[in-house]
Write a protein that binds this ligand. Structure first.
Ligand SMILES: Cc1cc2nc3c(=O)[nH]c(=O)nc-3n(C[C@H](O)[C@H](O)[C@H](O)COP(=O)(O)O)c2cc1C
Length: 165
């Protein structure tokens, strides 16, 4: 595949979210990462899929705790999404502390929730499988709610972007 063809794939709009997993109130046992390769994949049962590199610390937490949250992000959360959750690894740092966020407890699963997320989707781990160089992690949706009325950002052309609605 030529480089320009590869680069054109960045023109596919994706959601922009922080995937969080682990014990929300225990440093060292919680984490989260920015993800854009994310989609709804089934109505009944309601399933979401996230493509996660097996080297991510967050992937290990999802497999260990069998649950995760998908936290869409707004302009207000953009900086921590790009500079902290999408850049640092939970192996080296507690990202919640690093950006001064006290995560909430998910309502139906054991996982952290990002305060002020415009949409939180709580997932019970369903399965995961390897596709190319990523793992596709499937979560069964057990709850969804808004913590802010802000517009969620999308990921487009290698950066975050705003959609109007
Ligand atoms: C905008 C953006 C989107 C990203 N999307 C994904 C993704 O869909 N899947 C993935 O495995 N990594 C993705 N990443 C990279 C991870 O967020 C990044 O490697 C993170 O530091 C992993 O943290 P962890 O090791 O604590 O899990 C993305 C990063 C950014 C900035």
């Amino acid at each position: 595949m030529s480089l320009s063809t590869f680069e054109l794939l960045d023109d596919v709009p994706h959601p922009l979210a922080i995937i969080a997993a682990g014990k929300y109130d225990e440093v060292g046992k919680r984490g989260g990462m920015t993800a854009a390769w994310l989609s709804r994949v089934s109505f009944h049962p309601p399933l979401m899929a996230v493509a996660i590199s097996p080297y991510r610390h967050t992937y290990k937490l999802i497999i260990e705790y069998r649950a995760f949250t998908i936290n869409l992000v707004s302009k207000e959360l953009e900086n921590i999404t790009m500079e902290v959750f999408g850049s640092l690894s939970g192996r080296d740092v507690d990202k919640f502390k690093a950006c001064g966020i006290e995560p909430l407890s998910a309502r139906r699963v054991l996982a952290p929730v990002i305060p002020k997320s415009p949409l939180v989707i709580e997932c019970r781990y369903a399965e995961d499988f390897k596709i190319g160089d990523h793992m596709v992690v499937i979560g069964e949706v057990v709850d969804a709610y808004r913590l802010s009325d802000e517009v969620p950002l999308i990921y487009l052309k290698g950066t975050s972007a705003r959609v109007c609605w």
